[in-house]
Design a protein around this ligand. Structure first.
Ligand code: TMO
Length: 340
């Protein structure tokens, strides 16, 4: 019994023109938040003690959100899914409008996660076993044209491979808030960023480029389906240290921060609201045991992106291959039902 609540949101990548009036994205966001605030009483009236899982904008996260929801339902915890772009997750979690985000990635989400956790507004549900990386990725055949890759300095010589109409090379970014423009400046790369709106849009770009054997430089992440289907590499930037983000003097550029890549063995966590354990001690216990491996994440992405299953179906398939782990996941004494 799974009820789905969809709050319609829009990723605002472009300025919108309404008649003569020009609404800038920040204004639109204010309206959106106001609208949301008006919906709160209505929302609480039927969400009350259901556990709310955030479903964000990339495929493995969507599948695993459904999987965790199905698992919780099996333990008689009532759940609801809430759709949001990744940027919205902090607002929902900190205000206890949502309780669980199953894939918090160090590479793109560490800053917000740490900030809110330190302020006591959210909590860590668990740390997955998976080690993660998010970065600038290219298909292996690009090295035929630019053998100095994957070293980042190769991009200074080979940028023209990635240019489309202008002089600069194009780097395709995702919507997951990383200061790529700052990195481009700090490392003096002749590149500009084009931002794609969703994980789906990134998948399409990758498939299109590989089908035509075109050079492409695009945001990608591991674990993901891409690595099991296409040979490719991440650009090796100067190794990440937290100081790179805050201290201009750190690194190859003594005047700018962000002269480094993202963490290469990054963590992956589940974030939970302060309210989750009040709502359901059983749910909190299951979350703490729901620790996933790289293979678990890659399989989830594969089922959605390559086997093209809708997330809910993909989650059923994903879970049915993991029945042997139910005792680990569901046997906490806080859950009334014990799984044999
Ligand atoms: C947040 N993501 C895993 C798509 O980089």
């Amino acid at each position: 019994m799974e009820k789905r609540l969809v709050v319609k949101t829009r990723v605002m990548t472009k300025e919108k023109h309404v008649g003569e009036q020009r609404l800038v994205p920040s204004k639109l966001r204010t309206y959106w938040l106001l609208a949301l605030a008006c919906l709160l009483p209505w929302y609480h009236s039927f969400a009350d003690d259901r556990v709310v899982l955030l479903k964000l904008d990339w495929s493995s996260q969507q599948v695993l959100t459904h999987a965790l929801s199905q698992l919780l339902e099996q333990a008689h915890v009532a759940t609801t899914l809430l759709d949001s772009p990744a940027n919205g997750q902090w607002f929902y979690l900190a205000n206890q409008l949502a309780d669980i985000q199953v894939e918090v990635w160090e590479g793109t989400m560490e800053k917000k996660f740490n900030q809110l956790e330190q302020r006591g507004q959210i909590q860590e549900g668990t740390t997955h076993f998976a080690l993660t990386h998010e970065g600038w990725w290219y298909p292996k055949y690009v090295e035929d044209f630019c053998p100095q890759l994957p070293h980042w300095q190769a991009l200074r010589d080979c940028y023209a491979l990635f240019s489309e109409s202008g002089d600069n090379g194009i780097y395709y970014a995702g919507p997951w808030e990383k200061p790529d423009a700052a990195r481009i400046v700090a490392l003096d790369l002749p590149f500009e960023v084009k931002t794609l709106p969703t994980g789906d849009a990134i998948n399409k770009k990758v498939i299109e480029a590989v089908t035509q054997q075109q050079p492409i430089l695009i945001f990608n992440w591991s674990p993901n389906w891409v690595e099991s289907n296409y040979e490719g590499e991440f650009v090796q930037f100067p190794e990440y240290e937290p100081e790179c983000e805050t201290n201009s003097q750190w690194g190859v550029n003594p005047h700018q921060p962000w002269d480094c890549g993202n963490p290469t063995n990054g963590w992956l966590k589940i974030a939970v609201s302060n309210n989750l354990s009040n709502k359901s001690a059983c749910a909190a216990a299951i979350v703490s045991q729901f620790q996933l491996t790289n293979q678990d994440i890659a399989d989830a992405a594969y089922l959605a992106d390559i086997a093209t299953m809708p997330p809910k179906k993909a989650a059923q398939a994903w879970l049915s291959n993991r029945q042997h782990r139910y005792p680990d996941w569901l046997n906490d004494p806080a859950c009334k039902m014990q799984w044999k």
